[in-house]
Design a protein around this ligand. Structure first.
Ligand code: KG4
Ligand code: ZN
Length: 343
């Protein structure tokens, strides 16, 4: 499926497409770090009324918008296809129909325009969102990846080489945020809404359990989520109001403390001086502040993506694509969507 590509010129301009879930996005990035243009067409309004992403609707929306976001990315950059050296596309993990629309579109474009197509793992993309910041992370680094579908702690010593040292055993961090938010009556996507509600709330209002796990870098959020939901239900059954602000603050504080503490512990134990965060949950202000404080306390250098590159976008796919390309990996027309693709 893949072939080697050793002929890489100095500047590489990549145009990417991301369609793994509910954002149709395209971006142009030079040399993996220099953002030229960035377009995200969110489907939030379409899925909101269903309380979550409806896969079939997501695929249909992507079909409608793939060409539009790409045209807009070129227009923003004032580029045409002649200025593009290679294409990058997310081929997993994600919703199979959604991924397929993007993969098929980019295979056709790459074939028609005789340009290489770089297959990109969406999770790698989240890590590389850090490379779009003014200050780029230095290798080696520990990276916490916390999104709606994934929670991992990885160590990278080399570009594109991921050593997984911790992962969630059940729910992803973003998923737990979304489920807790739903119990508080908040709409999809719950994470950012819960976080907004938590501002000024008392984080000590509700005591939540910390799971004990065999691998201290692993996560488990399902017990925490269940304890939270049960506490809310108990109040409702007794005819009492849920103190929404305080409960939101308690949940947010617990989950972000767990994420931050395990990541810092990994950096200290493995003697890695640099720490990054990635994925939708890395947009969370409390997590960003906690990580920043803990890194300063332990003399670790902390990096984080700009807010717009934490949640799904195509700039991170172009960035990861550049480093994948430099490793000599390009796809051929047999490239397929892999919904359960691992790191
Ligand atoms: O990375 P992402 O955009 O999509 C996936 O690859 O899953 O992550 C989306 C997840 C959702 O669960 C969303 O609720 C969560 O990230 N999220 C947040 C915040 N912004 C997004 N969770 C907590 N606080 C936020 N500010
Ligand atoms: Zn994502």
């Amino acid at each position: 499926m893949m072939e080697n590509n050793k002929d890489i010129k100095k500047d590489i301009v990549i145009l990417s497409l991301e369609t793994s879930c509910d954002e149709t996005a395209s971006a142009i990035v030079k040399n993996g770090t220099e953002l030229i243009s960035n377009v995200v067409k969110s489907q939030i309004d379409v899925h909101k009324k269903f309380g979550g992403v409806v896969p079939e609707i997501a695929s249909r929306e992507h079909v409608q918008y793939c060409d539009k976001v790409i045209d807009e990315a070129l227009e923003q950059a004032n580029y045409d296809f002649d200025d593009i050296d290679a294409f990058a596309v997310t081929y997993g993990p994600g919703l199979v129909g959604a991924l397929l629309t993007g993969v098929s579109y980019m295979k056709a474009l790459s074939y028609a325009l005789h340009k290489p197509l770089i297959p990109v793992n969406h999770i790698h993309g989240h890590v590389y969102a850090n490379y779009l910041s003014k200050t780029k992370p230095k290798l080696p680094f520990v990276c916490l990846i916390a999104s709606g579908g994934h929670s991992h702690i990885v160590i990278m010593h080399k570009e594109n080489e991921y050593k997984i040292i911790g992962r969630t055993l059940d729910d992803a961090a973003g998923e737990a945020f979304d489920k807790a938010a739903r119990v508080l009556g908040l709409s999809y996507p719950g994470g950012p809404n819960l976080s907004r509600l938590a501002i000024g709330g008392n984080k000590d209002a509700l005591l939540l359990p910390t799971p004990k796990l065999n691998n201290k870098y692993d996560f488990s959020f399902s017990g925490l989520k269940t304890a939270f939901i049960n506490s809310c239900h108990k109040l409702s059954q007794n005819g009492q109001d849920i103190p929404l602000k305080d409960y939101a603050a308690s949940f947010e504080s617990k989950i972000t403390d767990i994420l931050a503490e395990k990541t810092i512990e990994a950096a200290i134990d493995y003697e890695i001086p640099n720490v990054c965060i990635a994925g939708g949950v890395s947009a969370n202000t409390v997590l960003r502040e906690t990580m920043s404080e803990l890194c300063a306390k332990h003399n670790l250098k902390f990096y984080m993506p700009q807010l717009e590159f934490c949640t799904d976008n195509a700039a991170m796919i172009a960035s990861a694509g550049y480093f994948t390309y430099k490793n000599g990996i390009v796809a051929d027309l047999k490239l397929n969507a892999i919904p359960n693709l691992q790191i």
